[in-house]
Design a protein around this ligand. Structure first.
Ligand code: PHE
Length: 523
């Protein structure tokens, strides 16, 4: 087609010397002259291929009109009023009721068409229905729109165009057309310019007579392919930088496999808690038991579960070593937080374990009491596993974002204030807190955020002040409070990027193309 069009332009130039108005051209394969915007764009492409050899051109700006989808429909099926008229019986026959009219022409056409048909005197009311009032009509709207479609304008003039614009049947569009002249190297045969200088051309000397295609420095480059961060990783990086800018240290979270002790017991989760059951937690079969935890600490944890202590009465149920030693896939990253807090308390216990955390715990301005404690702000973002039935919003593994803050005399107000700051940085300004229950925190709060697009409160996280039954066996002094919270990573990512099935985001159904084109990777 492109070559045929070029040939047509050259033949026309050959016959007439100039082509005064490209809107008069009939593009090969099309029935009407090239009045439309798209047709002129096609012609422009052909002209540029001939430019500075066979042809030159001048550009003229025009404003023309194109049909809206409603306008297109009217060209095809007639105006609403004409369709209403056509659907009605002749005067004297039984009138057609309003409901039947709607059924015949559709709700929209019935509504708009009825009024207009009345005004033009095409239809009349009779009894409970309508009949034709005119035996013949001229559908001016359709005729005018056909004219606009083929020429971009109307012989009837600007007033008639304005009326069609007002009725949103056409819109104005800036367009171009061209006047074409013969170029310096005019010929009716299209020279196929060379695109490359080859060895053959050089040895044969044919390059001297060849014409070469000009470089087009305005052409779009070929899209480059390269790595793209998965949306979940992108959001993970954003959250990580919020934590870092708030002075948090990242916790090591490489331990996907944990023991019942660190995942539950250390957190004062009762050994008979339903979360520990097989349908909620994945247990390992080989190996199935863990190495023993630090023995003194293990003893203290077992004691507080079975008999209480530190002001608590405990659960008063027999302690099971077996339950504590079971290996499992961690169900929350709070298992890692517990291990880190245990390390943080080392100096308070008078130990000097490997952690660089305890190394800084000298008495000094940040730690006036000299009890070995130093305040800490820790976070992690990593995978957890739950034995869930999978569906559009649940998988058996997902990411948790978790943070803990340890300091002397922290209060619930510190936790709430802290979360307001943190979530504001994540773009969530409107928060609500609801009392909740966790075995390891008291009080506990669920966090809800107002979602402006979904127009509802969505639960985004869970939080609380860790219980003394958890902190005291670790060795923290009684005035040290630790608060913590956990939020999901997939859910905010899904909401943010309009993903409604988690399986398109995670797992084998993820398409690389989606990842590359996802708005999340573009900033
Ligand atoms: N572990 C909790 C969860 O899985 C989150 C949490 C962490 C709650 C720390 C309180 C304190 O939802």
């Amino acid at each position: 087609m492109a070559e045929q069009l070029q040939q047509l332009i050259l033949d026309t130039l050959d016959a007439q010397l100039t082509l005064p108005d490209t809107r008069a051209l009939k593009i090969p394969g099309q029935s009407s002259p090239a009045f439309s915007h798209d047709a002129q764009i096609t012609i422009l492409g052909a002209l540029n291929s001939l430019l500075s050899r066979e042809a030159t051109y001048e550009t003229h700006e025009v404003s023309s009109h194109v049909l809206t989808p409603e306008g297109v429909q009217i060209v095809r099926e007639g105006s609403h009023e004409a369709r209403v008229w056509a659907a009605l019986p002749e005067r004297g026959s039984a009138p057609l009721g309003a409901q039947d009219l709607k059924r015949a022409v559709g709700d929209d056409a019935a509504k708009v068409g009825q009024g207009r048909a009345f005004k033009s005197g095409w239809i009349a009311k009779e009894g409970n229905g309508f009949v034709k009032a005119a035996s013949n009509i001229t559908d001016t709207t359709q005729i005018e729109l056909c004219e606009v479609e083929s020429s971009g304008t109307l012989a009837a003039g600007e007033k008639a165009l304005a009326e069609l614009r007002k009725r949103k049947l056409i819109i104005q569009r800036k367009g171009q057309w061209f006047t074409v002249h013969k170029g310096a190297n005019f010929s009716t045969s299209i020279a196929k310019p060379e695109t490359d200088l080859t060895v053959d051309m050089l040895t044969s000397g044919s390059w001297k007579k060849s014409t070469f295609k000009k470089y087009n420095f305005d052409a779009d480059g070929i899209p480059t392919s390269g790595g793209a961060l998965h949306p979940i990783l992108k959001v993970r990086e954003e959250i990580r930088s919020i934590f870092l800018e708030m002075g948090f240290e990242e916790m090591p979270t490489g331990t996907f496999v944990e023991s019942g002790f660190w995942c539950f017991d250390a957190l004062f989760v009762p050994q008979l808690h339903p979360a520990r059951e097989l349908q909620d937690t994945f247990y390992l079969s080989d190996p199935s038991t863990s190495l023993p935890p630090p023995s003194d600490y293990y003893e203290r944890v077992a004691r507080v579960h079975e008999h209480g202590g530190y002001g608590s009465i405990g659960y008063r149920t027999p302690w099971s070593h077996e339950e504590s030693h079971k290996l499992l896939l961690r169900t929350h990253t709070t298992a890692s937080s517990a291990a880190m807090l245990y390390k943080l308390a080392a100096k308070c216990r008078g130990e000097d374990i490997d952690g660089d955390l305890s190394a800084k715990s000298q008495p000094g301005p940040g730690n006036p009491s000299g009890d070995g404690f130093r305040p800490a702000k820790l976070f992690s973002i990593d995978r957890v596993f739950r034995n869930e039935t999978m569906d559009a919003t649940h998988l058996a593994e997902f990411h948790q974002v978790e943070g803990v803050v340890a300091d002397q005399n922290l209060t619930l107000a510190d936790l709430i204030g802290f979360m307001r700051t943190f979530f504001r940085k994540m773009g969530m300004k409107n928060l609500r807190f609801k009392p909740a229950y966790n075995p390891y925190t008291e009080p506990s709060l669920e966090i809800f955020a107002w979602h402006p697009l979904l127009e509802k409160w969505v639960e985004i996280g869970n939080s609380g002040m860790f219980r003394p039954e958890m902190l005291a066996p670790m060795g923290f002094p009684p005035d040290v409070r630790v608060h913590g919270w956990g939020i999901g990573l997939e859910r905010p990512t899904m909401i943010r990027y309009g993903v409604n099935n988690i399986r398109t985001l995670v797992g084998h159904k993820t398409s690389i193309e989606n990842v590359e084109n996802s708005p999340a990777v573009m900033f």
